[in-house]
Design a protein around this ligand. Structure first.
Ligand SMILES: [Mg+2]
Length: 259
């Protein structure tokens, strides 16, 4: 991984960013990261939050943070505000989502029966399209348990995605990269694939893997170093500082490049 200073900010139009352990520490949004978001938005950059957190949270983030849109549940859906109007979109249609809900209920029951010490996340009530288990938020699940949980989720017919805090059962074909592509087209009318070199992605862990692979300007905040064994492709660039301070470093670099 190269220093984030090697990233050429001259033509950057937008920043797609992860939330947990990228702009937060211990689950709390860090002030330097939030200030940096405001500066970037004021300078005209499009900010896109993409998180494994629930779609119910994406609703709030889209309304309350200085972002163009917020994508939740690792790409399953998104929300944005245009003028006074609130909008939402989903990766899969209503019939598919109903089928996914049935699969997730099976997974919920099987995990409860076969790994009774594993708990669904405390943000479960705000989820609409996926199911997530706590691996590092209120509990710290050993890596062997995370591996067994992922194997069980996949055996039952869903894909899985693991962040520093949660292991997700993903019943549909979305991830942070294809979810961002659909969401940016839907909300902003931009063909992301046609101008990927004008966008930057920043994240920190396993559920960012698809985005690290897709975005040529991919950045890890420094704590990504502890997650490299979970990433088939590491980010191209890395910040000096961890979490929100690393995000703020990257933001300052992008601002400098805008003159
Ligand atoms: Mg994260």
């Amino acid at each position: 991984m190269e220093s984030y200073r090697k990233l050429d900010p001259a033509r950057v139009r937008g920043l797609v960013f992860d939330i947990d352990d990228t702009v937060t520490r211990g689950g709390v949004l860090q002030p330097e990261a939030f200030t940096a978001m405001h500066r970037l938005a004021d300078a005209g950059l499009a900010l896109v939050a993409v998180t494994g957190r629930p779609l119910g949270w994406a609703d709030l983030i889209a309304r309350q943070w200085p972002v163009a849109l917020a994508i939740g549940e690792n790409g399953a859906g998104w929300a944005w505000v245009n003028g006074e109007r609130f909008h939402e979109g989903y990766f899969c249609d209503e019939d598919e989502r109903a089928r996914h809900a049935a699969l997730l209920e099976t997974i919920r029951q099987e995990v409860a029966a076969r790994m009774p010490h594993v708990r669904v996340t405390s943000d479960d009530r705000a989820r609409r399209c996926d199911l997530a288990f706590d691996v590092g938020e209120l509990v710290s699940l050993p890596r062997s348990d995370v591996a067994a949980l992922v194997a069980l989720i996949e055996e039952l017919g869903a894909a899985s995605s693991v962040s520093t805090v949660h292991a997700h059962a993903v019943p549909g074909p979305w991830n942070k990269a294809n979810g961002a592509s659909r969401a940016v087209a839907d909300a902003l009318g931009i063909d992301l694939a046609a101008e990927l070199e004008r966008w930057v992605f920043v994240g920190d862990s396993g559920n960012d893997a698809a985005a690290f692979e897709c975005f040529p300007n991919s950045v890890g905040v420094a704590n990504v170093r502890s997650q490299l064994d979970r990433l088939p492709v590491p980010p191209r660039y890395v910040t000096d500082s961890e979490r929100g301070a690393g995000f703020a470093e990257l933001a300052a670099h992008l601002m400098d490049g805008r003159g």
